[in-house]
Design a protein around this ligand. Sequence first.
Ligand SMILES: [Zn+2]
Length: 78
Amino acid sequence: MRKAHTIKVYCANCRQLLYKYHKEGPGHLVKCYKDRIVEDHTHGELRCPHCKEEFAREAMIHGKPANKIIQGKVFVRR
Ligand SMILES: [Zn+2]
């Protein structure tokens, strides 16, 4: 059974909300598939809109466009 839940992804540097994201399954957040980002507060950029810190890089993961999270740059809350 697939379990999905919405999480909030924040900038680790300044605590700005970056995404609301529909995450599937347990475990650490390593990537955000673009089509699962529910709310994007970064205007499609991979930088924090507040402190401009880069927090992700574009990648294709399993054939789908995704933002690969740079570890340590974000934290996650339910
Ligand atoms: Zn920030």
